[in-house]
Design a protein around this ligand. Structure first.
Ligand code: HPA
Ligand code: ZN
Length: 332
């Protein structure tokens, strides 16, 4: 049995497995430029973030209806349950869909159908986080937040993703301020490929509560001291970092050093259909590659619930934390 955990950095579009992509393509009459799933899988060799994003956005062409988004979320939740996930905070990229003529209502209502029955069916509580594409304009982000207004009861917060370098957090100062006034929680990708100064800027200018990735934090000792002091959670994604070549090999990943430095780390899967594993696969991989102790693995699981946006649900965080403390590691 995998250790109970929350997944806090998961792009629902990044859970689109080749089999489901072909099924939805057939259903919607969309032609994919790959003969079959095997040929598609062969395209999953990335040089960097952008080379992944190109494929990630192009495959989204198969997602058209509420049924499609429901099927996508349902497939993820079933896999997540088997990986010990008890709570999932799920990113979605509305601009990647509205640009193709799919409305934000179709996306949110479709995902919502699967999320609404998730606790009952999979034992997983859920949240939705709306992400802005940082390589699009600030005006487009504002228009997206505006279009999301009828669905805000389903959305806990906002995030910032897509191509990082050249698109610093401050570009989105205004939309984060508007979201804050609406009572939304705030996170942002920072320090994945971009410099540690983007992490500082996300904290100072956007007022984010968690940093997604934060991989490059160790390059700035002053920033590390601040992140440790303020217990700012980092949602690291080690398998993603290897596949997108932010680190050479998993053995060289800074996760262990970051935990030793006192940073509040969590481990997540990012885009598991593309990066070779879901979240417990990631726990097992870092355990093997970095030699993490059981106490470090328990710390990662504990941190995931401590960093979750669970405040409004009476007792849930405490219940999950008790499950983490009671967990017994097996031998296999
Ligand atoms: N980084 C930035 N944008 C993304 C990612 C990522 O890892 N996955 C999906 N969109
Ligand atoms: Zn991500």
């Amino acid at each position: 049995m995998p250790i109970p955990k929350a997944e806090l950095h998961l792009h629902i579009e990044g859970t689109l497995e080749p089999e489901l992509a072909f099924e939805l393509a057939a259903r919607n009459g969309v032609r994919l430029p790959y003969a079959d799933t095997e040929e598609l899988r062969k395209a999953y060799l990335f040089d960097d973030l952008q080379s992944f994003l190109d494929l990630y956005y192009s495959l989204m062409a198969v997602l058209r209806t509420e049924d499609d988004f429901e099927a996508l979320a349902e497939a993820y939740l079933a896999r997540a349950a088997a990986q010990g996930v008890r709570h999932a905070e799920i990113f979605f990229d509305p601009q990647a869909h509205t640009a193709r003529g799919v409305s934000i209502g179709t996306v949110v209502e479709g995902l919502g159908r699967a999320l609404d029955r998730s606790r009952e069916r999979h034992g997983i509580s859920t949240r939705l986080i709306l992400c802005f594409l940082r390589d699009q304009s600030a005006e487009s982000a504002l228009a997206t937040l505006d279009a999301a207004r009828p669905y805000l009861h389903r959305i806990v917060g906002i995030g910032l993703d897509s191509a990082e370098v050249g698109h610093p957090p401050a570009k989105f100062r205004e939309v984060y301020a508007v979201a804050s006034a609406l009572g939304l929680r705030k996170v942002a990708h920072a320090g994945e490929e971009g410099p540690p100064s983007y992490i500082t800027e996300a904290l100072d200018v956007l007022g984010v509560e968690r940093i997604d990735h934060g991989l490059r934090a160790l390059e700035d000792p002053e920033l590390v001291a601040r992140l440790v002091r303020d217990r700012v959670p980092l949602t690291l994604c080690p398998l993603s970092n290897v596949r997108l070549r932010a680190v050479d090999v998993l053995e060289a990943h800074p996760l262990g050093r970051m935990m030793d430095a006192g940073l509040m780390c969590t481990v997540n899967s990012d885009d598991p259909a593309y990066f070779g594993g879901y979240v417990d696969d990631t726990f097992l991989a870092v355990r093997a590659a970095l030699g993490l102790s059981e106490s470090r693995l328990r710390e990662l699981a504990r941190n995931s619930f401590l960093a979750a946006f669970l405040d409004d649900e009476e007792g849930l965080r405490e219940r999950y934390l008790a499950e983490v403390e009671a967990y017994e590691f097996g031998t296999g």
